[in-house]
Every structure is written in structure tokens, then in C-alpha cells.
Design a protein around this ligand. Structure first.
Ligand code: ACO
Length: 338
């Protein structure tokens, strides 16, 4: 577990946000025609009504490039001034090269180092922690973190227990070195992992444990999930991680202006909101329209909260997520855009 207290004046700050979602909308009614499910079951158990799917010729880097372009436009930053591009993703175009290197090239971040980060749905907050560390250590001044996922191509469209959950999107943020008088920035992180539950959420085949060159059953090439175990894990760690973070920073939940949680399941979020005692009016959700977009979900929700006028300059924002690994992450940031 990593916990840090930063947020000193002139530290790393969240300078800009941006997002891209594919055009194709897939509703619960569309899925009713594909698997044995109902709109009522999906809405009641998850809160999801529709999600976006990438087109046949769109891979994860294609979404990442469009989201990165949006972040750069919003920050008015010359791509050549970006020092590092980090792409949190668990659905890369290929096992290697990284999505980040291709994204950096295509957005003109010609001076940037680039790497992918694999912490599944916790990946965006892990990426922000990396970016903060790079900036506060003086290694970089401008770091682009873009969560990008195309889950529609790795879920089994014959498996009703998983295919209804996920959608495709990319979204991210620019983390920059703040001016000495800048009060905003990242106040702290709480990150963790429990590999004892690794196989509760995995793709069994295609890596070096079970190479695709050896025989396998069709479904083993897709996401396999022990939904109940992941649900139990998520409800426990979201609360625990936030409590540890806020205690360490000596911040009360009443001081938080906005909570943005990983958009996996409304029941999981509602459980955390209730346990933490944060007012529902200070929670922003958009999973109803996008489903679980994994590493893209938190920055996509942040971007939409900004556009909806819910995320305003000066706001104290709490982010929390969980995902495959199994992993979790939380973060407290004072939003001070450029
Ligand atoms: N439509 C209709 N029935 C369904 C569907 C469906 N789409 N899916 C499952 N069912 C059935 C099951 O077969 C089961 O039937 P049975 O009782 O006859 O066996 C019944 O519904 C109940 O199944 P449960 O798994 O107990 O349903 P639950 O209420 O737990 O909801 C869910 C399942 C939504 C998957 C929940 O467990 C969950 O959200 N878990 C967390 C998953 C998650 O967030 N994963 C993402 C992690 S992020 C990342 O890193 C990628």
C-alpha cells in the first residue's frame, strides 16, 4: 500500500481534462436481442442503461489519441511540451508496443517518454500518482494521463454476466507543475493491490501462462469474472481506502466537494456513499450512459462533471476506484484548472 501526502504549494496539479466516446450506442434493449437478459435486470442490478462500442476498425489507441487531443486542446498546451504520456489500460491494441508510445506519436508529443500502466479500473488513479511523483521529483513538468479501453472486443458477447457491464471510452488529464503560489494540486494518494484474488477477474488465455498457441476453450480468450467476489471486494476496499486516505490527510468527508468513483455498478457506489456518509448531491455518476469503461471511467465522469458545472475550480475532489489485480486506489485533489 502506498500513501503520500503532497499538495504543497507548487506541487503537481490537475490542469486540464478531456474525453472521447465512440459514436455507436448499445442499449440494454440491443443486448436483450443478443443474450438472455432484460433491461429491468441490468438497470436494477447495475444502474446501466446504455454503453458505447468502438467501431470494427477502432482500437484502443484510436480512442486514446482523440481523448489526448481533447485534453491538449483544453489545456492549450503545445504537444511538444509534454514530457511523459501514460496510458492506463488493460485492453491494449497489442501486448506490445504500448498504446502510450503510439498515442504520443500521433498527437505530436515528440519529446515525451511513454508507457502503459496496467492496474485495470484503478489505472487512472495509479496514473495520476505516477504523474504526481514525476512532477514533484522534478523528472517531468507536463504529464498526460489518458485512460483508454475497448472492452467490447474482449468480453464474450455470449456471456450475459459480463457483456452487459462494459463499454468503450478514453479520457484523461494533464498533470503539470504548479506555480509556487498555486494552492491547488494533489493532496494525497492511497493505492493497493491484493493478488490473492487475481483470478477472480482475468482473461485466462493470450499471455505467457496460457499462450494462444496452445489449445483453449473459446470463452477462455474473454473476460472471466467472479462477479460476487469482485462485488464484495469492491464494497469493502472503496470505503477502507477512502477512510485511510482522509484520516491520514486529516480531512473530513464533509469537506469533500465532489466524489467521483469508478463507474462500475451503481449499487457498489451507493454502498460506498452510504458507508462514507457523503451527501448524494456531492456525488457525480454517469455509468447509466457508458457502463464500466474501466481506466477511462473516472476521467470521463470528471470531464462530464466539469461540463455539467458540477466540478468547479477550487473544488476538493475525492476519486476512488477498484479493479482487476485485484487493485484499489483513492486520491484527493484540489481542482485548479488553467
Ligand atoms: N441478465 C439476467 N440475469 C443475469 C444476468 C443478466 N445479464 N447476469 C447474471 N444473471 C443471473 C445469474 O445467472 C444468477 O442466476 P441464478 O441465481 O439462477 O444463478 C442471477 O442473475 C444472480 O446473479 P448474481 O451474480 O448473484 O447477480 P448480482 O446481483 O451479484 O449481480 C453483477 C451481478 C452485476 C455482475 C455484480 O456481481 C457485480 O457488479 N459485481 C462486480 C463486477 C464489477 O464491478 N466488475 C468490474 C471490475 S472493474 C475491472 O477491473 C474490469
Amino acid at each position: 500500500m502506498i500513501a503520500a501526502r503532497n499538495g504543497r504549494a507548487g506541487g503537481a496539479r490537475l490542469a486540464a481534462l478531456g474525453a472521447y466516446v465512440p459514436e455507436r450506442v448499445v442499449t440494454n434493449a440491443d443486448l436483450e436481442r443478443q443474450v438472455d437478459t432484460t433491461d429491468e435486470w441490468i438497470v436494477t442490478r447495475t444502474g446501466i442503461r446504455e454503453r458505447r462500442y468502438a467501431s470494427a476498425d477502432q482500437a484502443t489507441s484510436d480512442l486514446a489519441v482523440l481523448a489526448a487531443g481533447d485534453v491538449l486542446r483544453n489545456s492549450r498546451m503545445d504537444p511538444a511540451d509534454v514530457d511523459v504520456v501514460i496510458v492506463p489500460t488493460c485492453t491494449p491494441d497489442h501486448l506490445f508496443p504500448s498504446v502510450a508510445a503510439m498515442t504520443a506519436h500521433r498527437v505530436g508529443a515528440v519529446n515525451a517518454a511513454a508507457f502503459d500502466l496496467q492496474a485495470a479500473c484503478s489505472g487512472f488513479i495509479y496514473g495520476l500518482a505516477q504523474a504526481t511523483a514525476l512532477v514533484e521529483s522534478g523528472i517531468a513538468r507536463n504529464v498526460l494521463v489518458v485512460g483508454a479501453e475497448v472492452f467490447s472486443k474482449i468480453v464474450d458477447m455470449e456471456d450475459r454476466s459480463t457483456c452487459i457491464l462494459f463499454g468503450d471510452a478514453a479520457a484523461g488529464a494533464l498533470v503539470t507543475a504548479g506555480e509556487p503560489e498555486c494552492p491547488g494540486g494533489f493532496l494525497g494518494f492511497e493505492l493497493g493491490a491484493d493478488g490473492s484474488q487475481a483470478m477472480d477477474l482475468c482473461i485466462p488465455v493470450g499471455g505467457t501462462r496460457r499462450p494462444a498457441s496452445q489449445p483453449f476453450a473459446r470463452e477462455e480468450a474473454f473476460v472471466q469474472m467472479n462477479g460476487r467476489e469482485v462485488y464484495k471486494f469492491a464494497t469493502r476496499v472503496m470505503e477502507e481506502s477512502v477512510v485511510r486516505l482522509l484520516d491520514r490527510l486529516e480531512v473530513g468527508i464533509g469537506d469533500v466537494d465532489l466524489l467521483v468513483a469508478h463507474q462500475a455498478n451503481l449499487r457498489i457506489i451507493d454502498h460506498a456513499v452510504k458507508r462514507l456518509g457523503i451527501d448524494g448531491s456531492r456525488v457525480f455518476n454517469n455509468l447509466e450512459r457508458y457502463g464500466n469503461t474501466s481506466a477511462a471511467s473516472i476521467p470521463l465522469a470528471l470531464t462530464e462533471a466539469r461540463d455539467a458545472g458540477v466540478l468547479n475550480p477550487g473544488a476538493l475532489v475525492l476519486l476512488v476506484g477498484f479493479g482487476a489485480g485485484l487493485t484499489w486506489a483513492s486520491c484527493l485533489v484540489r481542482y485548479e484548472p488553467e
